[in-house]
Design a protein. Sequence first.
Lengths: 409, 409
Amino acid sequence: MSKGTVGGGGTTMLRRINVAAVLDAVRRSAPAPLRVAELVERTGLARPTVAQAVDELLDAGWLQQHGPDSADRSLGRPAIRVSLRGRAAPVLGLDVGPHRVTVGVSDLAGRKLSLVRRSGPGWTAQQLLGVISEVITEALAEAEVPAEDVAAAVAASPGIVDEHTGRVQLVPSVPGWSAIDLIKHVRGLLDCPVMLDNDANLAALAIAAARGGTGTLLAVQWGERLGAGIVIDGRLHRGTGAAGEIGFIATAPDDVINPEDSRGPLERAVGSEAIAALGRQAALDHPESRLAELGGEQLDTADVFAAAAERDPVAQAVVQRVARDFARALAPAVLVLDPTAVVIGGGVARAGAVLLDAISDQLRLLTLNHPKLELSALAEDAVVTGAMRMALDEVWQRKLPTPALTSTT
Amino acid sequence: MSKGTVGGGGTTMLRRINVAAVLDAVRRSAPAPLRVAELVERTGLARPTVAQAVDELLDAGWLQQHGPDSADRSLGRPAIRVSLRGRAAPVLGLDVGPHRVTVGVSDLAGRKLSLVRRSGPGWTAQQLLGVISEVITEALAEAEVPAEDVAAAVAASPGIVDEHTGRVQLVPSVPGWSAIDLIKHVRGLLDCPVMLDNDANLAALAIAAARGGTGTLLAVQWGERLGAGIVIDGRLHRGTGAAGEIGFIATAPDDVINPEDSRGPLERAVGSEAIAALGRQAALDHPESRLAELGGEQLDTADVFAAAAERDPVAQAVVQRVARDFARALAPAVLVLDPTAVVIGGGVARAGAVLLDAISDQLRLLTLNHPKLELSALAEDAVVTGAMRMALDEVWQRKLPTPALTSTT
DNA sequence: GTAATTTACGAACGCTCGCTATCTATACTG
DNA sequence: CAGTATAGATAGCGAGCGTTCGTAAATTAC
């Protein structure tokens, strides 16, 4: 309950509003530098007001001054241009998976300063904490950012995340992981606000930011597990904390969910392991097929899609079945949510057009407003990028206080 | 003054912010009157500032002054108390259905001033326009509100509504309805901002407002047709315009949607007509049952639920089947959206606990975080109430400007 | 090379607004 | 009837913004 200062205040508040307006205008045109005259136009403020705000922001280190653009051949005295000083408040994103830890450091303008990835074969929870510390240190060193400068950090974990306690439920892949307080651990390294969120949510945030604009996005992460994030007009939808858990959608008419299971029905039906299993069975049934030829003994998911891309009817049948199960499961959610776009990422997304077209055909039969169906352009960086994005949002939300009328009941 | 003014922040803007803060504080405690000292505390502003704002709002007619509360026996000089002057900006809500037109008039504080309902047997589009005019006139007269005083109006129509053009698609019940520009017609009567929205959306808004607080609400309207509205933290989620169209969720494993159909698969499976049909079939198969006894020749939906409430196994089997189909269809959406609560309204909701418990049991088997499942407390007034609510929100949003950081493209 | 032109930066002035402090008004209590 | 507690009105002060004018720097024209 933020007491007092709910809205309005004295002239100092007004000044803060105007400084924030100027900073926000610079942020929106990042990374392009802006002239003061442009700031005057965009904020609607008077020149002295803008100038004073710019001075203040320069002193505080939020803005940096550029020399006149030599390419700009306009008449008259060349304008001073300012842009965000990225190093003012770098942020850190952390993607923790059972076999891989990724850390990204980004500056205030959203430019990546470093990205460090480390893979390993199934760490324990304790080992994972050690790896996290190492990779964070390495990424900060590569970005040349002292640990104490980091303004915010966001960690991504699979499973269902409790926003408040920072604990994770439902993580089968790493034994003991749900007992770890990851936020506390990271805060011990960084001394800044640290947040934790679901990996699918953060990937969705990154994809939404990359697509830009408003609207509703349903971003599916499709690998061994299935999860989805929902972004509505740039804001993440979390529900009560477990929104987007599409892996647990029932597929067979008498499926029943057991929250204790490591996999949900849809994951068992169309997760990457299931696809590989379907492919192996099909190869056994049709040893003469291109699929059997391609896959051999250790046929995996990629082989199925490769064979289907070569028009092998056996593989195509498998893809058809997967696409159908997936579309049938997702259609009710698409009808209810009516998203602008559905983006598919994760390992299975590497299948490409073969799978996408099949899903699109099925989904078209089951929905009213057909959303755009796309593959994620961000590939495996989506989660870290989203984590950095959320950390950035956090920093901006703290720096740009919307002063009026925002308090909730 | 010479330029476009709004968007920047001068001292006049600051004054507007503070006046808005005072008005907002009064609104939040409506309908209870507030003393100036309380306003000082709640806004965090100084007393002279609040006093000036109150004077201004009194002059403008937004607030009214109360005499000292005779029941308040506190020491010292009695305080002046102010409250919203409801008649300052009354709003109008309009619910248009194929067989019924309802108009409600509400004052600024959300108090209902009048509610007029008229039923008829299937009007044509042209007749409907006439009825609408009459009922609006009648409701305004009963509320003693001149037509030119109305500050905003919202109309509810079944079907998919295009926010921008104000046209309606997918309305089978009223021939020619989609060609009518309802907004234009109402604006001809009222001369104020008029908006149009889906009836399920508006019902959801009313239910969310009645429940209060934040969170995600999925409000299902269940009658001959099925629709749902989604409210996230008090804001309606529309998707691309067709969000919540649960009636078109496929039920059978090989269902396919045809947008030209008047009914979707789920409506054909569990709409009130379908329930009655299932009941009639069950009564034929089991003529000795309580269901057959109750319903007789013209067995309808209510009979099925009545018999089930009396523990007739035949009727219970029908309810079970309906609940199962409904829950199976809704479960994927619930998993993705993860709502705080699912509220069921509309004609079928009159079934009460019999149906609700059956659905709850089924849904529990198919979801992770089980949302609260409730019946709507608003019954048939939900849609008008939601329409008035949205009109109120419109008025407040216009009167309480958010100062900065918004307008740029 | 000098002057005119164009553009942008910088400083002084006046205005509005909100906050602090003080004074006045009102009603209950002993 | 006097005292006291609470609330409303009023003056002075400070802060910030907007307007206006003067100055600096670069390009173009002669």
